[in-house]
Design a protein around this ligand. Structure first.
Ligand code: ZN
Length: 248
C-alpha cells in the first residue's frame, strides 16, 4: 500500500490542489493528521474535499476551536481572529463534521497510526529530540505520523532507545526525498503542513508512506498569490499571508 499522508491543510485549497496534482495516481489511500481549517481563506472547499475523499482523519486543535468544541481563548490573537472568521464562514454540515472528528491516536493498519500532536496530548508540540523521546514511550506502532508543528521530518528511535531527528529537508531543486524504514527502529514522522509550512520552505508539504519499507517526503509549489489575494479580501490578518510567503 502507498498512503498519501497530509496534515495541517489550514483551509488552503490551492496548496491542497497542488499536492493532489503532484501525487496523482501515486497512492492507494489518503490519511489526514488534522487541522483542516483555521488561518486560510477556504474552509468549506477544503473540508468538502476531505469529507468526500478521506476516511481516516484525526482532529486538530483548529478543527476543535473553529467548530466550537473548544473556545478560542487558548489561541493567540491572530489565530483567534482567524478562528472567528472561519466559524462564520463554515457551512453547518462542515461544522458538524469537524465537531465529530476523532481525537488521535488512530490505528490505520497493524504497523502504523496517526495523531495530531503527541500520543499523550493532542495539543502538544513535539519539536525536540527530548520531547520525541517522551512521545516514543507512549507509541504503540512501529510507525506513527503526527502533525501540529508544521515541520516536515520527525524522529526515529533506534535499539539504544535514543531519539534522533531526521535530517529532513527536501532540497529546493528537488520535489521528493526518500527515507528507508528499518525494522529495528521506531518512527515518529511528520509529513509537514500542506497549507502553512513553517520549516523555511514555503512549498506545500506531504508524505507518501510505502508499506514495503520507505517514506517519501514531498514538496510542491502552489499558486500562493491566489491564496493571499483571497486572504486580503477576507481581511484575515496580514501576518498569516506573510507566513505563507516566508514558510515560517
Ligand atoms: Zn496546524
Amino acid at each position: 500500500m502507498r498512503y498519501l499522508i497530509i496534515s495541517d491543510l489550514h483551509a488552503n485549497i490551492e496548496a491542497l490542489q497542488a499536492v493532489l496534482a503532484a501525487t496523482e495516481g501515486d497512492y492507494t489511500e489518503v490519511i489526514c493528521c488534522g487541522d483542516l481549517v483555521g488561518y486560510g481563506p477556504d474552509p468549506d472547499p477544503v473540508t468538502d474535499w476531505v469529507r468526500a475523499n478521506v476516511k481516516l482523519v484525526v482532529r486538530g486543535n483548529h478543527d476543535r476551536v473553529c467548530s466550537g468544541v473548544d473556545s478560542a481563548e487558548q489561541f493567540n490573537e491572530t489565530a483567534r481572529q482567524a478562528a472567528y472568521w472561519t466559524r462564520a464562514h463554515l457551512s453547518g454540515e462542515n461544522i458538524a463534521y469537524l465537531r465529530n472528528l476523532a481525537p488521535g491516536p488512530l490505528e490505520i493498519a497493524e504497523q502504523f497510526a496517526i495523531l495530531h500532536g503527541s500520543p499523550r496530548d493532542e495539543d502538544e508540540y513535539v519539536t525536540t529530540t527530548w520531547e520525541a523521546e517522551e512521545s516514543f514511550r507512549f507509541l504503540d506502532h512501529p510507525v506513527t505520523f503526527f502533525g501540529h508543528t508544521h515541520l516536515q521530518g520527525g524522529f526515529l528511535r533506534g535499539s539504544q532507545g535514543l531519539a534522533e531527528a531526521l535530517p529532513m529537508h527536501v532540497p529546493k531543486a528537488k520535489s521528493r526525498r526518500v527515507w528507508q524504514i528499518r525494522s529495528d527502529q521506531t518512527y515518529y514522522l511528520n509529513p509537514g503542513s500542506v497549507g502553512q509550512p513553517r520549516d523555511a520552505d514555503n512549498r506545500a508539504a506531504f508524505a507518501i508512506y510505502d508499506t514495503t519499507g520507505f517514506v517519501e517526503f514531498g514538496r510542491t509549489s502552489y499558486d500562493m498569490l491566489a491564496t493571499i489575494a483571497k486572504m486580503r479580501k477576507a481581511r484575515l490578518p496580514d501576518f498569516l499571508s506573510r507566513r505563507l510567503t516566508l514558510g515560517r
